[in-house]
Design a protein around this ligand. Structure first.
Ligand code: IMP
Length: 423
């Protein structure tokens, strides 16, 4: 009778899906609690690559029930695409996915507005995935959102959508100078979607709490990372949801007392897609080397990721705001090519040490203090036991543990399920 949570400690793309997949084998319910089809979770099983955007990656385990929680913004188009893609690989998602009746739906107009705002923003752009995420969460907060429960009832849908389109069409026409949305086609499509998901929509907070009380296990699957959290990230260069522990509770509706472990996923270096500050960022030939070694291209948009050295302040911040009980360190094999490896151990501004990662998102003029450690210069992708890792690699892991003040319990040395070493 316990829940475990997996969160990203950096700017997303830490390898969460891989660790979630590793932890999922003994889990009854796997829950997405925030974000939407902006996420790109890559899992490699028996050499086959699966990329998930909305459906929890736990769908690869035949016994796991996958829940799309109330905190998620669900895009019907993206959901249909993902269900079809899984069916082509003989996975019947519809039999094992449950959708919260309170989760908000991303409408095509959200995507259109997101892309339009980004294109018009010039150098002020956020670098969003253009999946309509922020616009949908904005409407949720403005109380003009449409939820999964609404599309199950023709009258309720007609009423809600009519009201929503009155407001959004005014915005589209007068604020963005974009074509208005025609009611009938959208209404018919949403009604059809309601019929497709009818059997899957439930009060998922009740379902999860009842099952937790009966002794079942729940894994909460975070998307993006702490640096992209709407409150604790580098605002405004963030996503529009709470990616952190608070968001997991609010976005799933589980009783927080069931939550026993919070695993922070940290890549052995850092990457970021989109705009925003990145103190340990590398440039030129240095970033190209790390990007190629780590295959750092966005799973959702294909954009080349910005890359840099491990940033201790960022992970210490993540440890604080998430209450991390442990860390899983991923992609450490990528560093095997280096003679020496740098670690960003602190920030200074104007010669003064900063006490912590700033929560106002202001990192202008920050200088990073680095420590340098010897590399191990050996392939480690085949290693199955911690004691078989080169001593320099173990020292690097232990130094990060000491600096972040959180025990490192898992290390991943490659993309496959088998490349995960418990410590
Ligand atoms: P949005 O979530 O599409 O609004 O994008 C806001 C910011 O979050 C942008 O910098 C995106 O690149 C970033 N972002 C959103 N989802 C992910 C993800 O799954 N991995 C990494 N970055 C992401």
């Amino acid at each position: 009778m316990s829940a475990a949570l997996v969160v990203g400690t950096q700017w997303g793309d830490e390898g969460k899906a891989k660790v979630i997949d590793y932890l999922s084998s003994k889990i009854d319910f796997i829950v997405r609690y925030q974000g939407g089809a902006n996420a790109g979770h890559t899992v490699v099983v028996d050499g086959e690559t699966y990329i998930f955007h909305l459906i929890p990656s736990g769908i690869l385990y035949p016994n796991a029930v996958c829940v799309i929680g109330n905190g998620v913004v669900l895009d019907p188009e993206a959901f249909r695409d993902e269900v079809r893609a899984l069916a082509r690989r003989n996975i019947e998602a519809k039999e094992r996915v449950i959708i919260s009746d309170a989760c908000h739906l991303v409408l095509p107009l959200h995507r259109i507005i997101d892309a339009h705002r980004e294109n018009a923003a010039g150098e002020k752009k956020i670098g969003t995935t253009k999946r309509g995420i922020g616009i949908c969460y904005g409407d949720k907060t403005m109380r003009i959102g449409l939820r999964a429960g609404d599309v199950l009832h023709a009258d309720r849908l007609r009423d809600r959508l009519g009201h929503i389109l009155e407001i959004k069409n005014y915005e589209l026409k007068n604020l963005y100078r974009l074509p208005e949305v025609e009611f009938n086609a959208l209404y018919e499509d949403l009604l059809a979607f309601g019929n497709e998901i009818r059997g899957m929509v439930k009060n998922t907070s009740l379902l999860l709490n009842e099952n937790l009380a009966k002794g079942k296990t729940v894994l909460l699957e975070g998307a993006q990372g702490t640096g992209l959290d709407i409150d604790f990230g580098t605002y405004p260069y963030v996503t529009s949801s709470n990616t952190t522990t608070g968001g997991a509770i609010a976005g799933s509706g589980i009783d927080f007392r069931f939550l026993k472990t919070v695993t922070g996923i940290s890549k052995a270096y850092v990457s970021r897609v989109g705009e925003g500050p990145f103190p340990t960022e590398l440039f030129g030939a240095e970033v190209e080397k790390l990007r190629e070694l780590g295959h750092e291209y966005g799973a959702t948009t294909g954009r080349p990721r910005r890359c840099g050295w491990f940033d201790v302040e960022l992970v210490r911040h993540a440890a604080r705001v998430n209450g991390l009980t442990e860390i899983a360190l991923t992609k450490i094999d990528v560093l095997s090519a280096y003679d020496t490896i740098k670690i960003g151990v602190g920030y200074k501004r104007g010669g003064e040490k900063l006490p912590a990662f700033p929560t106002d998102g202001y990192l202008e003029g920050v200088e990073v203090v680095y420590e340098e450690m010897p590399g191990w210069k050996k392939e480690i992708g085949h290693v199955l036991k911690y004691s078989d890792l080169p001593p320099e690699c173990c020292k690097y892991i232990r130094r990060l543990e000491e600096l972040c003040e959180v025990p490192i319990k898992l290390v991943s040395v490659g993309p496959g399920r088998e490349h995960t070493i418990p410590l």
